[in-house]
Structure formats: C-alpha cells, structure tokens
Design a protein around this ligand. Structure first.
Ligand code: BGC
Length: 261
C-alpha cells in the first residue's frame, strides 16, 4: 500500500457520512487508531450530493490528503453506487458516490455502507474481535443500521433497520432519533428497541449483538431493560467505528471506484 508521506504508519483517510455531519480522520490501518484529531463538518438537512462531495473535499484538504480514502455512507452501496436513500436526499439514488468523491478529492475512494464500516471496525479491533459464528451489529442513530457477520465474513448491505414491525419500519419505531423526538423515557424506548432486537434474533440467531451509534455511550441507561438471548455488548469504538472501519475496508477491498462493496 502506498504510504501517505506525512505518517510513518500505513494510513487511509476514513470518512463517515451521517445525516447531520461528515466526519473524517486519518487512520492507522494496522492498529485501528486515529493518527490526528478528527474533523467534523455539519451538513444541512437532507444534504445533496454536491454538499457532501464538497465537505469530503474540505476534510481531505484539511489533512493535506494524497492517498486512499475509505468512506462509510448511509445507504446500500454496490460498486460505489448508492442504491437507497432513507435518511438522505432522494437524488442520491443511482449516484456513483465513489466516483464523485474521487473527482472532488482527486484521491482514490472506496465507499461502503456506514453500518458495514462500523461492523468491520468492531470485528477487527473492537467488541467482536476474533468472534466466530453469527454476529449482528446494530448502529442506533438517526436510523437503524445493521452489519451481519458469519465467522467474521460480512454479508454487505443488510438494511435490516427497514424491516416492518407492527406495520411500521423498525427505524421509525426504535431509532435514537425517535427517542429524542418523542421525548421517550429510557425504559419506554428500550421496550421498542428490545422488540426490534428480539425480532432480529428470531430471524438470524446471532450469538453476539453489538450495539453502536452515539447512544451506545449511554448504554448503562437502557441495557438493563433489554432482554435478548444473545450476548449483548456496546460497541468498543462508539462513534469512531464508522471512520476506522471505512479506512480498514478501503485497505481490504481496494480503493478503485469499481471495487466491490
Ligand atoms: C440506511 C442504512 C444506514 C442506516 C444507518 C438507514 O436509514 O438505510 O443504509 O446504514 O440508516 O445510517
């Protein structure tokens, strides 16, 4: 792998695109650690492709980046192309995100689903490290993102936050955005999340469930109300997982715009 001359460790710029901000940091991909403080650029609501391409270019410029970029993106991604747009502007559908980022940053870019990126970080260096069998990572934030592994192998783009429970999409019932919007107590919200997790269990029978996303920082507040059969743990990397995992994925799967996601 080509080294970024600024760092002695093999480094990839990890980017995490979320509903409200784009965040990025150079990552030491051998150790899964940031090499510099991350930069966070807020986005307007329903950000459009040009806004995000611009934000990623600003992050690359901030770090004077010249090497590969790995980007986690909140949509199903195949061959660098966004196939869905649940919490982002609809004009993303069909856009080649990897090609756009390559153009705006002039760096090779690899793009994958944001929850898959977080899952890769947790399975490589975090809460799922070395874990065999079925592992489900759920990122709880604006939406519900999922990453599903069997013996460490990822099945990409599972999009299980969109499964219907009682006639409503799960992420519209149990995401952290729903908790905040409806001012739900931890207990009330945990009951909704638990129903989601037990539905996942009935379908996939994971031995381990890793809960990520910003709210996992407050896991003591709601873990006591969750009752699942699987071992349930908070993500180790919390909100760093997306950036670190995107960088690891770019290293593992290549960084060309046509690379598989
Ligand atoms: C999107 C997923 C994403 C998740 C978390 C969902 O709305 O469909 O692709 O992983 O939100 O950001």
């Amino acid at each position: 792998m080509k080294r970024n001359s600024k760092y002695s460790a093999p480094a990839i710029l990890g980017i995490d695109v979320g509903g409200s901000a784009v965040k990025g940091a150079p990552v030491d991909v051998r150790r899964g650690k940031y090499l510099a403080e991350r930069l966070r650029l807020p986005l307007r609501d329903q950000a459009r492709p040009a806004d995000i391409a611009r934000a990623v270019a600003r992050i690359a410029k901030h770090f004077k980046w010249r090497g590969a970029i790995g980007c986690g993106f909140p949509a199903a991604i195949r061959g660098g192309v966004a196939l869905t747009a649940a919490n982002i502007h609809k004009s993303w559908i069909g856009k080649n995100v990897a090609a756009m980022l390559k153009k705006s940053t002039r760096c090779p870019a690899f793009v994958l689903n944001d929850a898959d990126a977080a899952g890769i970080a947790e399975m490589t260096f975090g809460a799922g490290r070395g874990r065999k069998g079925v592992v489900l990572l759920v990122t709880v934030g604006t939406g519900l993102g999922t990453a599903l592994f069997s013996d460490g192998m990822l099945l990409p783009n599972t999009e299980l936050g969109h499964i219907e429970i009682r006639g409503k999409e799960a992420e519209h019932r149990a995401s952290d955005a729903v908790r905040q919007r409806n001012n739900l107590s931890w207990k009330k919200w945990a009951a909704l999340l638990n129903e989601y997790l037990t539905t996942m269990e009935r379908l996939f029978w994971p031995g381990l469930i890793v809960l990520g996303g910003g709210v996992s920082r407050k896991h003591e507040k709601f873990f006591p109300y969750l009752a699942v059969r699987a071992r349930l743990v908070p993500a180790k990397f919390r909100n760093k997982a997306g950036i670190i995992g995107a960088a690891l994925a770019a290293r593992r799967f290549g960084s060309s715009t046509t690379a598989r996601a």
